[in-house]
Design a binder for this molecule. Structure first.
Ligand SMILES: NC(=O)c1ccc[n+]([C@@H]2O[C@H](COP(=O)([O-])OP(=O)(O)OC[C@H]3O[C@@H](n4cnc5c(N)ncnc54)[C@H](OP(=O)(O)O)[C@@H]3O)[C@@H](O)[C@H]2O)c1
Length: 282
């Protein structure tokens, strides 16, 4: 019974394959990727598969499909529905899709494409499971060096509580779900066990770095302008600032503990992700 996984050249997909290799035979894992050479080190079968032009042939012999959402924001709803259509033609028996935490009510600008995909999946008639992934803790890792250099961690999330978890936690959940029974028709809201504000995050960075780095909350436009001044393209800078505003409204908060229940252990503490990030900065 072969399992196909998209996005395995990405950071989440690689971790899913590693986790899945500990649960099922590597011979039953197929990495569906745009550039097979990039996935050659995964130690599993690779097949060419582009969300923009997926083929039925690439899914031959595959029963279960883990559709990891594309990172091409703006094209994702179309890309994902291409994949669902082809999966239907190929007779795929179950699709697990990585969506976004509370995609149906979230104010995050990312939510629309995920919700459209969820609807397409449900309309397809293919049995499905939706993994509504919350924020990756690593989303903040790249800002830590700048915060240390600039003397403050900046953002627009106010006192919004963020229940992030490590990519490895979400990857393990995906591997658990796709390799076990009892998940069809379910939608899981997945997030970290412990919530924090960006003030808490700045305190953790300060503690571990041995240097006081306060959190500085900025109006959305000022934060976007600051990101632009660091070289972030304008559209993306405004998107990031907007996501922080959504975080300030509680859109990244969750206390259902469904992620730790699925993986059978607590989610990775924020302190560990900060430690990993600092090791790369120093
Ligand atoms: N929850 C969160 O905090 C969060 C944060 C960031 C992203 N995400 C979402 O979660 C997904 C996985 O996260 P990640 O960190 O692993 O992202 P990532 O490292 O950027 O990986 C994205 C993957 O999508 C693949 N991809 C993009 N366009 C494709 C196409 N047209 N056809 C086939 N494959 C395509 C990429 O393939 P190539 O190697 O060929 O480019 C790559 O394997 C992201 O794509 C995004 O939807 C969630």
């Amino acid at each position: 019974m072969k399992i196909g996984i998209t996005g395995t050249t990405g950071q989440l997909g690689r971790l899913v394959v590693e986790s899945l290799k500990g649960k099922i035979s590597s011979g039953n894992i197929v990495a569906l990727v745009r550039t097979p050479q990039k996935a050659a080190d995964l130690g599993v079968e690779t097949r060419e598969f582009d969300y923009s032009k997926p083929t039925v042939e690439a899914l031959s012999g595959i029963e279960k499909l883990l559709l990891i959402s594309s990172n091409e924001i703006g094209q994702r709803a179309t890309q994902h529905s291409n994949v669902i259509e082809v999966a239907k033609k190929a007779g795929i028996k179950w699709i697990v899709y990585t969506s976004l935490l509370r995609a149906d009510t979230s104010t995050l600008s990312l939510a629309g494409e995920h919700l459209e995909t969820e609807k397409a999946l449900k309309a397809s008639g293919i049995p499905y499971t939706i993994l509504r992934n919350g924020w990756y803790s690593e989303n903040y890792s790249g800002s830590i060096g700048g915060a240390l250099a600039g003397g403050a961690f900046i953002g627009s999330a106010g006192n919004g509580k963020i229940s992030s978890a490590a990519r490895a936690d979400f990857a393990e959940a995906a591997a658990v779900v796709i390799s076990s029974d009892g998940h069809q028709g379910k939608t899981y809201e997945l997030a970290g066990d412990t919530a924090y504000t960006l003030t808490d995050l700045a305190e953790e960075i300060s503690k571990q770095a041995g240097k006081t780095i306060p959190y500085k909350n900025l109006p959305e436009n000022d934060y976007a302008s600051a990101l632009k001044s660091f070289g972030v393209p304008e559209g993306f800078a405004f998107a990031i600032a907007g996501w922080d505003v959504s975080a300030s409204k509680g859109d990244l908060f969750d206390e259902s503990h469904q992620l730790s229940k699925l993986i059978g252990r607590p989610t990775t503490p924020l302190a560990q992700t900060v430690k990993n990030a600092l090791a790369l900065v120093k």
